[in-house]
Ligand binder design. Structure first.
Ligand code: B12
Length: 108
C-alpha cells in the first residue's frame, strides 16, 4: 500500500444563503473534517459572507447572517440542500465534499 499522504485533503462545500437580498452562493474550500462553523469562518475571511453566533452551553447558535439578524419567532435554519434540516448545530456538523449547505431565515 502507498504511504499516507502528509498534506491535508481539501473538500469543497457550497454555501447558500436565502432570505436576504441579494441572495448569496459561494464555494468554500476547507480541510476534510472541518466543521460547518469552520466553513462559515473561511467564507467570512475570504469573501463578503458575514455571520454572528451566540455562545451557549450546547455550543454556538447562529444568530445573524449577512447582517440580517433573526427576529422574534424567527431563526436561521441550517439545511443540507435541497431541503434537509441538519440534526446538529454548526460546531458539530461536518460537511462532506461536494455538499451544499443552505442558511435559511424561517419563522416558527
Ligand atoms: Co433546536 N436543536 N435547533 N431549536 N431544538 C435541539 C437543541 C436538538 C438537540 C434537536 C435534535 O435532537 N437534533 C439539536 C441540537 C443537536 C446538537 O447539535 N447538539 C437542535 C438543532 C440541530 C437545531 C438547529 C441546528 C436545526 C437546524 O437549523 N437544522 C437549529 C439551530 C440553528 C442555528 O444555530 N441558528 C435549531 C433551532 C431551534 C429553534 C427552532 C430556534 C428552537 C429554539 C427556539 C425556542 O424555542 N425559543 C429549537 C428547539 C425548541 C429545540 C428543542 C426541540 C428544545 C430546546 C428547548 O427548548 N429546551 C431541542 C431538542 C430537545 O432538547 N428536546 C432541539 C428547553 C430549554 C429550557 O433549555 O437550553 O434553554 P435551553 O434551550 C435552548 C437551546 O436548546 C437553544 O434554544 C433553546 C431556547 O432558547 N437551542 C439551540 C435550540 N436548538 C439549538 C441548537 C443549537 C445548535 C444550539 C447551540 C442551541
Amino acid at each position: 500500500t502507498p504511504p499516507q499522504a502528509q498534506v491535508p485533503e481539501f473538500i469543497d462545500v457550497v454555501l447558500k444563503v436565502s432570505g436576504v437580498s441579494p441572495s448569496y452562493t459561494h464555494s468554500v474550500s476547507v480541510p476534510a473534517g472541518s466543521s460547518l462553523e469552520d466553513v462559515l469562518k473561511n467564507a467570512q475571511e475570504h469573501g463578503r459572507f458575514r455571520f454572528r453566533t451566540q455562545a451557549s452551553l450546547s455550543g454556538p447558535f447562529l444568530t445573524s447572517v449577512l447582517g440580517k439578524k433573526a427576529g422574534e419567532r424567527e431563526f436561521w435554519q441550517v439545511l443540507q440542500a435541497p431541503d434537509t434540516p441538519l440534526q446538529q448545530g454548526i460546531a458539530d456538523y461536518r460537511p462532506k465534499d461536494g455538499e451544499t449547505i443552505e442558511l435559511r431565515l424561517v419563522s416558527w
